[in-house]
Design a protein around this ligand. Sequence first.
Ligand code: NAP
Length: 266
Amino acid sequence: MSKVKVIIAGPRGKMGSEALRMIEKNDDLELVACLDHKFDGMSIKEFENLPNLDAKIYTDIESCFQSVEADVLVDLTTPEFGYLHTKTAINYGIRPVVGTTGFTEEQLQEVTDLAEEKGIGVIIAPNFALGAVLMMQFAKWAAKYFPDVEIIEKHHDNKLDAPSGTALKTAALIKEVRQSKLQGHPDEKETIPCARGADIDGMKIHSMRLPGLVAHQEVVFGSTGENLTIKHDSFHRESFMTGVKLAIDNVMKLDILVYGLENIME
Ligand code: NAP
């Protein structure tokens, strides 16, 4: 069986380094290069805290894609670079698996159109934790019967975007089935701006950022005399890697962009 040749963008990061460890453990995957914005020409094995994999680091995406034969690009960087990496990979016929969050609606639409035009599989997953994907699906189911809902997402304090991609995706799924309504008291007033959180169609989203947290979310539904809370916790970044592997396996069979792992989970 031929191995899937993978490039990791962001290999020194918290997610990227975990993805390197995942590749090391999977015999059907081969790390062929990495994309970073520093350490050009070095090998991953030269870094003490990274797996002993002999893959060259490129800081120039064009020369990386021109020099290396690859099937999949796994992007775990920042929204600005993740978007550029994704577009460039599609243009080179390399299938992107994107974990980087914070793409705008316009950027998502642009890469969706580009993938379709080129007939290249792309997976963008705001959350690779399978438990989180199920939490979102269960929340969508519950929202049909409980239209009063608030989302509380909690992440480590190095996270750049708020609300999280998962919270936005959860709200989008809920919106598909929830009867639109303004929540809380009609005369409610915030004495401190944003006290009630961000608003999507009357739903509220609250973002916490604290050291020690990884990625956590509660979707709280309220109704007469009862509450329902659907909660998911990622305690370690390893929790995301089952989803990264699933996405790499599936992106090889796609010729369009798929947004969200639920669309490839049977
Ligand atoms: P991180 O630890 O800050 O890692 C990001 C890495 O990207 C850093 O090593 C950074 O290098 C590097 N980088 C910056 N610019 C780059 C460029 N132009 N080319 C290549 N590498 C570049 O962040 P993280 O926690 O791993 O998260 C990475 C992304 O994944 C974020 O967007 C985050 O929201 C997302 N995320 C997704 C999931 C999911 O399940 N989908 C889960 C967790 C996180 P420097 O440190 O030197 O700048």
